[in-house]
Design a protein around this ligand. Structure first.
Ligand code: PRP
Length: 202
């Protein structure tokens, strides 16, 4: 079985969980992106669902990125880490509800989710796609508001922003390629049961 794990905050808990489930993971070394045995690759978090959709057997990614990429993958388990939320935020001294944001420029790493959220509510915004440190867009004045991940809320506070609407709760998910799920059914099923056991024991 081949695994793809996300760079960043989900990496460590992902490795810990798989190791607890008895999987021997040798990780890529140095600048390599795949382990020597070819079993483990590390990708940008937003790309993990894409790798799983197109052929890697198993991956771990946040529900936010699965939704954003619209990837067709099988999701057998929600995992007990990566808990946070995707929210709309803007400067605390310019607080308005999302319904009052017509004509606003909104910066985000998640344009698909943001577009759906605002259009479902009939709010006309201009989205600016960024790749990270989205709070900076408001600080520098290139955007009026952001749609971004909130975990502790510290980053928002440190940048003078407040949440005005929650778009979705987020959790890490176990992703399985749809073909692998059929062709390697027993192996995958055993993996899922073992991981579930590890989660239930914790
Ligand atoms: C995420 C998110 C916020 C921050 C929220 O950024 O985009 O900036 O964490 O966490 P908090 O509520 O606990 O402060 P990340 O560090 O993943 O990097 P990025 O901004 O470059 O995407």
């Amino acid at each position: 079985m081949r695994f793809v794990l996300p760079k960043g905050r989900l990496f460590k808990p992902s490795v810990e969980l798989l190791r607890k489930a008895g999987i021997e993971l040798s990780l890529p070394e140095g600048r390599a992106l795949t382990s020597k045995d070819g079993k483990v690759s590390i990708a940008r978090a937003l790309d993990v669902p894409v790798y799983v959709e197109h052929g890697i057997d198993v991956g771990i990614a946040g529900s936010d990125v699965v939704e954003e990429r619209g990837s067709d993958v099988f999701i057998p388990l929600e995992l007990p880490f990566g808990k946070c939320r995707l929210s709309v935020a803007l400067p605390s001294d310019k607080r308005v509800e999302p319904e009052g944001m017509d004509g606003y420029r909104v910066a985000t790493k998640f344009p698909q989710i943001a577009r759906r959220y605002f259009s479902e509510r009939g709010i006309d915004v201009e989205l600016i796609k960024l790749h990270g440190s989205v709070e900076l867009a408001v600080k520098t004045g290139i955007a009026d508001a952001i749609v971004d991940i909130v975990e502790t809320g510290k980053t928002l506070r440190a940048n003078g922003l407040v949440e005005v609407g929650k778009i979705m709760n987020i959790s890490a998910l176990l992703l399985v390629n749809r073909v692998s799920q059929k062709v390697k059914f027993e192996e995958i099923n055993e993996l899922v049961m073992t991981i579930r056991g590890v989660i239930d024991e914790a």
